[in-house]
Design a protein around this ligand. Structure first.
Ligand code: UDP
Length: 237
């Protein structure tokens, strides 16, 4: 597999073409941003952890019947993935109130829901990723009704698998963001990453935050928190 030209550089990852038009290489950076790019920084070693963690979790999900873009881990920071066309929706699943949900609805962080919730935002940095519902997504032709159904089904299935898995590691899965892509045959697969950048992970006993909120909220100990969740996951895989 030959790595060819860089196609794209995002906030946390770079994407390269390969000599196989159906495959891409994703390279994870240590760069961190928050609040739609307003806050910038570096989390030393984050790229290595997110690459490893996302790949381990995607492989587990794949084994339980959820299709993903994962193909092969190439090295510490780089992974071979299927080329997809990204559905421009950020899908957020929540088990416990936190972050923008708590702010929007005026409820305390930590309120445990009776059942998981799902919400979508339009993946569009210029507009600040506005929240939208399924009708809006279809009106804007971001996804078809069938695609939205598949995305919801997969997202709740991912939640059940990840929640059970993190529980075994002594970690509470509070919420997370997923992105999906379309393969050339039109089928939907899980894409992007699953990491402490995209999940809220709280220590089950102490409630300590072990995710990107430590960076967003200047809580300190960011690198240590990423290393801690990675270590717990490795011990359980
Ligand atoms: N999230 C993400 N990327 C985003 C927005 C949110 O990965 O652009 C994740 C975030 O890490 C959290 C979940 O989605 O695990 C819910 O985030 P929320 O809507 O509460 O937004 P925030 O408070 O992070 O702005």
């Amino acid at each position: 597999m030959k790595k060819l030209e860089q196609l794209y550089e995002g906030k946390a990852k770079k994407v390269y073409a390969t000599d196989d038009p159906s495959l891409l290489i994703v390279s994870y950076k240590d760069d961190a941003t928050a609040f739609n790019g307003l806050k910038k920084g570096t989390i030393a070693g984050k790229g290595v952890i997110n690459n490893r963690m996302s790949n381990l979790l995607m492989q587990r999900l794949e084994a339980s019947g959820i299709p993903t873009h994962f193909v092969k881990e190439l090295n510490d920071r780089e992974t071979l993935v299927k080329r997809v066309s990204i559905v421009p929706l950020e899908v957020i699943v929540r088990n416990i109130a936190a972050g923008s949900f708590s702010k929007r609805y005026g409820v305390e962080e930590g309120m445990v829901f009776e059942f998981p919730t799902i919400e979508f935002s339009y993946k569009n940095d210029a507009l600040g990723d506005p929240l939208l519902n399924e009708y809006h997504a279809r009106a804007l032709r971001l996804a078809t009704a069938d695609e939205i159904e598949a995305i919801k089904r997969y997202s709740f299935a991912v939640n059940e698998k990840l929640r059970a898995f993190w529980r075994e590691c002594g970690v509470t899965l509070v919420d997370f963001k997923l992105e999906f892509g379309r393969l050339p045959d039109g089928s939907i697969v899980l894409a992007d990453e699953i990491s402490p950048d995209t999940c809220r992970l709280w220590d089950s006993k102490t409630g300590e935050k072990l995710d990107k909120d430590r960076f967003r909220r200047d809580l300190g100990g960011v690198e240590g928190a990423y290393a801690e969740v990675m270590q717990r996951l490795s011990a359980h895989i």
